[in-house]
Design a protein around this ligand. Structure first.
Ligand SMILES: [Mn+2]
Length: 302
């Protein structure tokens, strides 16, 4: 079976974070040669519109992210509508609201989308619990149906993700209110000590099963700060003691060979902190590993 065209959507948003450097992440990865690298794996790759947050048109930071989320969601919905596979490249992690709302809306006639969320943080704040009020700390709560209506209710409905079909891997920096919400909802969180004990591969296999069982499709939202800063220092909010790149590459290899794998998202690349381009190389390698076609697909195409 041939794989769909991979269509990259740049999410130029940094307004969701305290340090806005991630706004330039997508363009920096483009200049670094991400599209060429993905095409070299054998995929057909296009790079479409870059969706930008427009803070000057909004009355608040949250309002800017709400408007951006809607724009991104409609862009990603179009990609899916055309039968292509979306790769959303952030941008701070607030872009997840637009990406996965669109995937959820697209799959809705068939069922649910399940999600593997790789991150140093829980991203499960709401405007009621967040000290910083930074929207990039809120996307997972919004997708689960908690937060500002402009983030929860895209396409006119909320609860884009069911708690039983989401798993978080790599969390090691979070606040009690986020942990309380997720534990009350029953979301499976594999905190970093568990990842170190069991190994990333075992954790990812469990997360993948959670996201892909009983759903119409699944995807990965990969926050680069989930990785150890020794491997990926150029992120919005680095936290020590993370997932090693080599472990991630091994476990994520070939995910997109699964016909149920519907979309990929990579967030929080901050080129302003990426001296020497180490993180751009890590991000590119990671995406090529997840999205490269199988040998059988390449043979068919030959
Ligand atoms: Mn995040």
């Amino acid at each position: 079976m041939s794989q769909p065209v991979l269509h990259i959507v740049g999410a130029a948003v940094g307004e969701g974070a305290s340090d806005g450097g991630c706004k330039w992440g997508a363009n920096a990865l483009k200049e670094h040669g991400l599209q060429r690298a993905l095409a070299a794996t054998g995929r057909t790759v296009t790079w479409g519109e870059t969706v930008s947050a427009q803070p000057m048109l909004a009355s608040s930071r949250l309002g800017a992210i709400e408007g951006f989320s809607e724009h991104l969601a409609h862009t990603v919905a179009q990609v899916l509508h055309h039968g292509q596979q979306p790769l959303v490249v952030g941008g701070d992690h607030s872009c997840a609201v637009g990406t996965w709302s669109a995937v959820a809306e697209h799959l809705r006639p068939q069922g649910r989308v399940g999600l593997v969320w790789i991150d140093a943080h829980l991203d499960a704040h709401t405007p009621d619990t967040s000290d910083t009020q930074a929207p990039h700390g809120m996307p997972l709560a919004a997708l689960l149906g908690y937060g500002s209506v402009g983030m929860t209710d895209l396409f006119g409905w909320r609860g884009k993700l069911l708690p039983s079909q989401v798993a978080i891997i790599g969390a090691r920096s979070y606040e009690p209110a986020e942990q309380a919400l997720l534990s009350q909802l029953g979301v499976r969180v594999m905190y970093m000590p568990e990842v170190l004990e069991r190994g990333f591969a075992a954790c990812f296999a469990e997360a993948r099963a959670i996201a892909s069982t009983g759903t119409a499709g699944w995807g990965i939202s990969f926050d680069l700060d989930g990785l150890d800063p020794r491997d990926a220092p150029g992120t919005g909010t680095p936290v020590e003691q993370g997932i090693r790149l080599a472990d991630a590459l091994q476990a994520l290899d070939g995910c997109s060979h699964d016909p149920q794998f519907v979309a990929m998202e990579l967030t929080e690349y901050n080129p302003l902190r990426d001296f020497g381009g180490q993180t751009a190389r890590a991000a590119t390698e990671l995406l090529c590993t997840v999205l490269a076609p199988s040998a059988a697909t390449l043979e068919l195409a030959a």
